[in-house]
Design a protein around this ligand. Structure first.
Ligand SMILES: [Cu+2]
Length: 163
């Protein structure tokens, strides 16, 4: 074989493997461009629960298991960042980056806790994990929706991490 022929053959091999890599995404599902989440991955709240009565300013801590946290924009398999959904009745499109609104808050620096201020009354809260592009994983990794009662009369939160 001439050197040229060898080079051409190599380029063809590289080109075809690139094409193959593009044709299948990490979720393994044709047509999906969402990042795969591992079996058993979950997110939730570590310091509040359904039915809690909370003051108008309270701390929310997020927990994730089975995946890691990475800042938005940093592409690493099996990682993502938290989003807090407040009083979201209708889920956003999971095939698009999540919008950033007062009701869909992003923690793109990789934060695991935040302070929330809400008016008195019942509110729903949910944690939704999403990848470096803010697109939920496939299958999506999200908590149950919890309902909390916000009341100016509620006692201040005990610090669940004090020890
Ligand atoms: Cu985000």
């Amino acid at each position: 074989m001439k050197p040229n022929t060898v080079l051409t053959a190599l380029l063809l091999i590289i080109a075809s493997s690139l094409y193959a890599a593009e044709g299948t995404d990490s979720s393994g599902q044709p047509g999906s461009h969402r990042s795969a989440s591992p079996d058993g991955a979950s997110v939730g709240f570590s310091n509040i629960a359904d039915g809690d009565v909370l003051p108008t300013v309270f701390t929310v801590r997020f927990a994730v298991s089975g995946m890691g946290i990475a800042p938005a924009g940093v592409e690493i398999d099996n990682t993502g960042h938290h989003h807090l959904l407040i009083d979201v009745a209708e889920m956003p499109d999971f095939n698009q980056p999540l919008p950033a609104t007062d009701k869909i808050r992003h923690f793109g620096k990789g934060q695991t806790e935040t302070e929330v201020q809400l008016v008195e009354g019942q509110h729903t809260l949910q944690v939704l994990f999403a990848d470096y592009r803010h697109i939920p994983h496939e299958p999506p990794v999200m908590s149950e929706i919890i309902t909390v009662e916000v009341s100016a009369d509620a006692p201040a939160q005990a610090d669940s991490e004090s020890d």
